[in-house]
Design a protein around this ligand. Sequence first.
Ligand SMILES: [Mn+2]
Length: 290
Amino acid sequence: MNAITRLPFPGELDEGADDRFHIPEREGQRRRYRSIWISDIHLGTRGCNAAMLIDFLDNVDSDTIYLVGDIIDGWRLKKRFYWPASHNDVVWRLMKRAKRGTRVVYIPGNHDEMFRQFTGMSFGGVEIRRKAIHTTADGRKLLVLHGDEFDTIMLAHRWLAFVGDAAYTTLMRLNVVVNAVRQRMGLPYWSLSKMAKHKVKNAVSFISRFEEVVAHEAGARGVDGVVCGHIHNAEMREIAGIEYYNDGDWVEGCTALVEHGDGRMEVLHWADEIAARERDERAMQARMAA
Ligand SMILES: [Mn+2]
């Protein structure tokens, strides 16, 4: 996982043997995947990284896209209306995809639970589900759900306390400011809260416990694996014989889970992908100039 995928340099392909980098399936300029999972976009909040998500959507295609919850943050919108044009752009891009034949499955989470009342219905080609079973190209069955279903099993609700924490909110705001400054300085995106999260012992133990609970519950339902979101922590690992996948978020991590044509799964860290692309573009320009 975390493999940085990028376009090969001119000449690299001709040499054939060079497989240091894996070259993704591409369709024109867009990468093509069998399936894509994204969640925790939190449209309607300042923390939402719509620009990064738009770049992602403009560079990838898939047969199926799963929107795994917390797409729109109804909780925050109710308190304070915030809806910049870029958030509309995200919604339109997703609707356009459905219209053009991509299967779009929307599984509302806890922040967009107001859409759960429409379970079983379809709007503009977007299917609304409570959960889904995805069959991979190589025949594995994956249970797809947001993940807040396990908050009650998680007894202490420690993550919700952490996510709702004023310190976390401040950190996210700081993240926006720091990255605006970094962008102006020509530096790549950098996740402040991601770093902080890995340093906070409680958060680390919460995350691993959540992952174990979800994998255990999926195993009890007879599937090979589970795909969820909710805790804003992208991951793919095996827990007690069950494949655990988390597609992360588009607030700070800016990650997506993808399935390749052969059923291989990968977590894409989009900030890294953009950095790699820009590096390649610079290298290409340097070669052209030489
Ligand atoms: Mn959630």
